[in-house]
Write a protein that binds this ligand. Structure first.
Ligand SMILES: [Zn+2]
Length: 670
């Protein structure tokens, strides 16, 4: 729950790339010329692939990009298969990574143990006699990765971004977000039932009779529903200032006597006299519920938390129960392979160790140099755009440029790697391995409290196919995982790279100037650096973005949530424009020579459509639209392009075409 804006590139990909690396360039093929580019550019550029792509039963979607796309996953799985088959020296990262993976692959050993690994915590819950022992258990569980009703983390102080402080956020629910407890449409009701069934099954598996198991599920659901009622919506959570409520622990303890913050924070190991309480209403509610709900019901709820937190580390019936629920939530038909799951598990638990092996083998150092040039060109293009803005005063422009020039860029992988020397990994004890990694993560995070922010830290693992902007450090980060095709190719022409990774860079730069990022200054503090009237004009423009995206229909009656996605959409709209301007500064950008029958501009726009090439299951899409701040792929292409005049020129978009907007309705923010 770090305060970062993440460009999440979702979905596993089993994509038949129709761009092939030639000797020194990339060929474009697979255009669906039965579609008019001005009607639906996403389908024009991707239609042949889109119509024929099959979503594997074990996936929620396919595409050219993903958290761990298919080729990337195969590489990581291959690394892990080979390292786990080697006899590695004890204590080395190779041993830890290899044995961690091997322990997870050893399902015979895991199945034999049933739920024995969580019997101690279940016994501790049974032994709870009062609120004090209940809260002690919640604090201890936090250290093992079971957050329960406590959302505790350490992160930069938004008003003093060079210091880390203790932070609290709303949590305590099992469904994806608050609305899932209150909506009454058929799809939501189906998910509620699946969730209750899941809890019932888990209780049955720890040997409760069917009636009690069902009752326990409903007790848990009722507590969660009450907690959910106090949650802010994901749109309300975008209000940065409302999430900042720094308070003295003594005062907070007085306000919430049942929680007893002084003791709780001490049990968490946090020696602090103030905390930021992100969403106070949640903790007000929790404080009340701690006495209005019976201790016995709380014990049931805590058991449910332990079960859902650890189910995937236990024997097969627990893993199956979890899958039965996620099937309804995401539409995924069969489980992922164990190897795929374990690759993800190693990435979660020992990410920077696996990353070291990955970059050594797969990351070309030349990519760093080329990226540095690209980022620099994008920054220059953005600066020119700032100069040309007709709605912003010179004084605010100067501040915006100061911020732009103060950016930090991180490319590829961190300069220093995380230390895993305290993580104990044994080839036969998967559960304990995970707990050891969780404890190490907790200690790592806790050690930062009230300490200066380490500006070299990374918030994603380098093999991940993603990029992010962290406004608290005024930085943009491009891990090794995204520095490959179709985003980036050392052998591709500029049109494709600027439409690919260039667009991603532009997007990430813009996050520092979207509805949220614009409230952070050049060092990462939330302070207002805008002239008042400029900020009002800026808000009016982002409101246009909200209104336009609200009108996009995703599925049957499901519309995009404009207010939830405004930051991402602003970044997409400006990202395209900045990348295009930077492209126009290159030799190819000034030329008109066709390649594969396309002009340089056309290739640039096709590249944009290809990086968002994705096809997903409907159930997954429903959840995505409700919970994800990004627009679905199709709207990440068609949305920005219908607002961008050079696109109209490149593909001769005319009135009557479905994407056509009159010039005065085309939105530019930056
Ligand atoms: Zn983004």
């Amino acid at each position: 729950m770090k305060r970062i804006l993440v460009l999440v590139l979702l979905f596993a990909a089993a994509c038949n790339q129709s761009t092939n690396t030639d000797a020194n360039r990339v060929i474009i093929s697979g255009i669906d010329s039965s579609k008019k580019p001005g009607d639906d550019f996403f389908l024009y550029a991707n239609g042949i692939w889109f119509d024929s792509a099959k979503i594997p039963e074990s996936q929620t979607g396919v595409g050219a990009y993903s958290f761990m796309n298919y080729p990337q996953r195969i590489r990581l799985q291959g690394l892990l298969d080979s390292i786990s088959a080697t006899n590695n020296t004890a204590g080395t990262i190779e041993q830890k990574v290899g044995d961690f993976y091997a322990s997870g692959m050893d399902t015979n050993a895991i199945n034999k143990r049933g739920y024995e690994p969580i019997k101690p915590v279940l016994a501790q819950i049974d032994a709870i006699t009062d609120l004090t022992s209940l809260l002690k258990l919640v604090a201890d569980e936090q250290k093992h990765g079971n957050g329960s009703f406590l959302g505790f983390y350490v992160g930069p102080d938004n008003k003093q971004s060079n210091m880390n402080i203790a932070q609290l956020y709303q949590t305590g629910i099992g469904l994806p977000e608050r609305d899932y407890y209150f909506k009454t449409d058929a799809s939501t009701l189906g998910i509620q039932t699946a969730y209750k069934n899941y809890l019932t099954t888990l209780f049955t598996l720890i040997e409760f009779d069917a009636t009690t198991a069902e009752k326990n599920a409903s007790i848990t659901f009722d507590i969660e529903k009450q907690l959910a009622a106090s949650h802010k919506t994901n749109i309300e959570l975008r209000n940065i200032n409302a999430n900042y409520n720094k308070m003295a622990v003594a005062a907070l303890s007085k306000k919430h006597p049942n929680i007893g913050w002084t003791t709780l924070l001490s049990n968490l190991g946090a020696k602090v006299d103030s905390v930021n309480i992100g969403q106070p209403a949640y903790y007000d509610k929790l404080n009340t519920l701690l006495t209005s709900v019976s201790l016995n019901d709380w014990k049931v709820y805590l058991k449910a938390n332990a079960l859902t937190s650890y189910a995937n580390f236990l024997s097969r019936p627990f893993v199956d129960a979890n899958f039965e629920y996620s099937k309804i939530l995401t539409g995924q038909a069969t489980k992922k392979t164990r190897s795929e799951e374990m690759t993800q598990a190693v990435d979660n638990s020992l990410g920077q160790a696996l990353a070291q092996l990955y970059v050594k083998k797969y990351f070309p150092e030349d990519a760093k140099k080329r990226m540095a040039v690209l980022v620099n060109n994008l920054k220059k293009a953005f600066e020119v755009r700032i100069n040309k803005l007709d709605w912003m005063s010179d004084s605010t422009k100067a501040k915006a440029k100061e911020k732009l020039n103060a950016f930090t860029e991180k490319i590829g992988y961190p300069d220093k790697w995380r230390d895993y020397s305290k993580v104990e990994v044994n080839r036969t004890t998967y559960f304990e391995n995970r707990m050891s990694a969780n404890k190490n993560d907790y200690a790592y995070s806790l050690a930062k409290v009230n300490q200066p922010v380490d500006r070299t830290e990374w918030y994603t693992t380098p093999p991940t196919v993603t990029a992010y902007n962290n406004p608290a450090m005024n930085e943009i980060v491009f891990p090794a995982g995204i520095l490959q095709s179709p985003y980036f190719d050392l052998y591709a022409d500029d049109a494709l790279n600027y439409g690919g990774i260039g667009m991603v860079i532009g997007h990430e730069i813009t996050h520092s100037f979207d509805d949220q990022g614009a409230q952070y200054d050049k060092v990462g503090n939330v302070t207002n650096w805008w002239a008042k009237s400029d900020f009002e004009k800026f808000k009016a423009r982002t409101q246009q973005v909200i209104d336009q995206y609200n009108s996009f229909t995703v599925l049957d009656t499901v519309h995009l949530k404009g207010a939830l996605t405004v930051g991402e959409n602003t970044a997409d709209i400006a990202g395209v424009a900045i990348a295009y301007d930077a492209f126009k500064l290159t030799e190819q950008g000034k030329d008109t020579t066709k390649l594969d029958g396309f002009t340089p501009d056309q290739r640039f726009f096709i590249s944009i459509a290809r990086i968002w090439r994705v096809k997903t299951r409907d159930a997954y899409m429903r959840m995505y639209v409700n919970t994800n701040p990004h627009s679905p792929a199709r709207w990440r292409v068609n949305g920005p392009l219908m607002n961008f005049t050079p696109f109209y020129k490149a593909f001769d978009v005319q009135p009557g075409d479905k994407m056509f907007k009159p010039e005065n309705e085309r939105i530019t923010v930056w």
